[in-house]
Design a protein around this ligand. Structure first.
Ligand SMILES: N[C@@H](CCC(=O)N[C@@H](CS)C(=O)NCC(=O)O)C(=O)O
Length: 220
C-alpha cells in the first residue's frame, strides 16, 4: 500500500494527499513532527529531508528540486489518473511555478501567523527558530501586522485562476489536471488555521474548491 509521509498542514503534502484521495486507491498516512525528519532522511538514504515523500513497496519517491513534480507524476503513472497529459505539460509547468511561489507565498504566511494554535507545543521552539533563520527575526509578527496586505495580495494573485474557471469547470478544461490539485493544496493550507474563507469576490474559485474537495476519479 502506498504510504504518504507528511505533516498535515504542509501545502505540498496536502496536494499529494488529495491526489491519493481522488484516485480511490488505498493509502496510509504517516505524520512526522515538522522538526524531526529522521524517518525521511533514513528512507531516502540520506538524500532528502523535505516532505512529502511516498513509499510504495521498495520505491521511495521524493522531489529533485523546487519545480519537479516527481511524486505527483509517479502517482499519476501508477494510478492512471490522467493529470499530466503531454499536450498540457508546458502550460502546467508555467502554472505550477506561479501556484507554488506566488500563491503559496501568501497562503503559508497567512496560515503561519496562527502557528501557536496549530503547531504542537513540543515543536514550537524549533518551528519558530526555523522560520526566523529562514525569513529573519520577528518575521511571523511582521506577517501578522501585514495580514490585510497579504490577504489583498492573495486575492489579486488568484484573479487569473478565477478568470480561467469562468469558462470551464477545471483550470485547463473539462477534467481536473495536476494544477487543479496544486492550487487546491495551497488554498487548503491557507484555510488550515480556520481563520479565513476564500475571497468572496472569487465565486468561481469558491465553487471549484467545493467540487475539488469531494472529487473522485470514478466521477470523471
Ligand atoms: N517542491 C517541493 C517542496 C516541498 C517543501 O517545501 N516542503 C517543505 C514543507 S511544506 C519542507 O519540508 N521544507 C524543508 C524543511 O522544512 O526543512 C514539493 O512539491 O514537495
Amino acid at each position: 500500500m502506498i504510504e504518504l509521509i507528511q505533516f498535515p498542514w504542509s501545502p505540498f503534502c496536502i496536494v499529494q494527499r488529495r491526489i491519493l484521495e481522488f484516485s480511490g486507491a488505498p493509502f496510509k498516512i504517516t505524520n512526522i513532527p515538522n522538526q524531526d525528519r529522521s524517518l525521511v532522511w533514513k528512507l531516502t538514504k540520506q538524500r532528502y529531508y523535505g516532505v512529502p515523500i511516498i513509499r510504495d513497496g521498495k520505491n521511495v519517491v521524493f522531489e529533485l528540486n523546487d519545480d519537479s513534480q516527481v511524486i505527483a507524476k509517479y502517482l499519476d503513472e501508477e494510478l492512471g489518473l490522467g493529470l499530466f497529459p503531454s499536450e498540457l505539460e508546458g502550460v502546467q509547468s508555467i502554472l505550477w511555478r506561479t501556484i507554488e511561489n506566488e500563491i503559496e507565498g501568501a497562503a503559508f504566511r497567512l496560515n503561519d501567523i496562527y502557528w501557536r494554535e496549530n503547531v504542537p507545543a513540543a515543536e514550537q521552539l524549533q518551528f519558530l527558530r526555523f522560520k526566523e533563520r529562514k525569513f529573519g527575526r520577528g518575521c511571523i509578527g511582521q506577517w501578522y501586522a501585514q495580514r490585510d496586505d497579504w490577504l489583498k495580495l492573495l486575492e489579486q494573485k488568484l484573479l487569473p485562476f478565477e478568470e480561467m474557471l469562468a469558462h470551464q469547470p477545471f483550470l485547463l478544461g473539462q477534467r481536473p489536471r495536476f494544477v487543479d490539485f496544486d492550487l487546491s493544496g495551497m488554498l487548503e493550507n491557507f484555510l488550515y488555521s480556520g481563520h479565513y474563507e476564500l475571497p468572496s469576490v472569487h465565486s468561481q474559485i469558491k465553487d471549484w474548491h467545493r467540487r475539488m474537495g469531494r472529487l473522485k476519479k470514478r466521477d470523471n
